[in-house]
Design a protein around this ligand. Structure first.
Ligand SMILES: [Fe+2]
Length: 293
């Protein structure tokens, strides 16, 4: 066993790791142990790290191929895989934005992120927590009848329609270019998918960009998505991570939803490095109904 300490954060997910410099993930035994921990706990918080953008990429590569963000104005100049969340630099700050809403990253893509990592460089004294909620907790609580009703169903996600909604909230949001529109077709992801690492059937859904469920009326579909979403984000089961400088958190974007909390960007400074690991195309746990019909 490697020489580091672990502490379970909640009964359902999360594990804090102390006494391990993540550069040691280059050692196969430590990497294997870390991967087993993330499989079991879905979210890991490595304490007391100090990574620059290059090292953040190296850390991310242990879990798969880093995914570059579409909004290049916020990425590190030399490392486009590193997205910088900050109100410190002289730029339009991307803080207190849509990330305050519960979501899983990039559900509107054919290959949504597998993992997301955040590293805290500068943290406000108050606010800017990252909250997590487990889709898998709700999956386990579903009745057999509820699972049967979801199994084989595909939800539709649309970045184009999500973006159109956003432009109403944030008038400065630029319209999508013809190229961006062409690169953003609607996608269809199974509500119950097979986790590629654990083989488990998992519940997977997002709210903001979900436009419906194949084979259901829109109203019924959106009510179902909302009720599942509300169960996942039940405040009694939410963990709010209060950041310390040096925290490096990585989570499974397929099993946890996340949301930021507001902070006073006029009073406090915040700077975080973020990376994503490219995910697989979500595999349905059974053949999709539309395809089987
Ligand atoms: Fe996010």
């Amino acid at each position: 066993m490697a020489q580091f300490t672990t502490r379970q954060i909640t009964p359902e997910f999360g594990c804090e790791i102390s006494g391990l410099d993540v550069r040691r993930l280059a050692e196969p035994a430590i990497l294997a142990e870390t991967k087993a921990l993330i499989g079991r706990h879905h979210m890991l918080c490595f304490k007391d790290q100090r990574l620059d953008a290059r090292e953040m990429v190296a850390f991310t590569e242990h879990f798969g191929e880093p995914d570059s963000h579409i909004l290049r104005q916020y990425t590190d100049r030399d490392h486009p895989a590193v997205y910088v969340i900050s109100n410190i630099e002289d730029r339009l700050a991307n803080v207190n934005d849509v990330s305050l809403n519960w979501h899983t990253d990039l559900a509107f893509k054919t290959h949504p992120s597998a993992f997301v990592a955040l590293h805290a460089e500068t943290v406000p004294e108050e606010g800017a927590d990252t909250c997590f909620a487990s889709m898998q907790r709700v999956y386990k609580a579903l009745t057999d009848a509820e699972k049967a009703a979801l199994r084989g169903r595909l939800a539709t996600y649309s970045y184009v329609r999500l973006h159109a909604k956003r432009t109403k909230i944030e008038p400065l949001t630029a319209p999508l270019s013809p190229q961006q529109l062409a690169e953003s077709p609607d996608v269809y992801h199974p509500l119950l998918r097979r986790h590629p690492d654990t083989g488990e059937e998992i519940l997977y859904l997002n709210l903001a960009d979900c436009m419906g469920i194949e084979g259901l009326e829109e109203e019924e579909a959106l009510a179902l998505i909302r009720s599942l979403f509300d169960r996942v984000t039940d405040p009694a089961h939410v963990y709010a991570h209060k950041w310390s400088v040096g925290d490096l958190v990585i989570w499974d974007n397929r099993t946890l939803l996340h949301a930021a909390t507001w902070f006073d960007a006029g009073r406090f400074q915040r700077r975080m490095l973020r990376t994503c690991v490219k995910g697989e195309k979500p595999m349905p746990s059974v053949p999709p109904r539309a395809a089987a019909a």
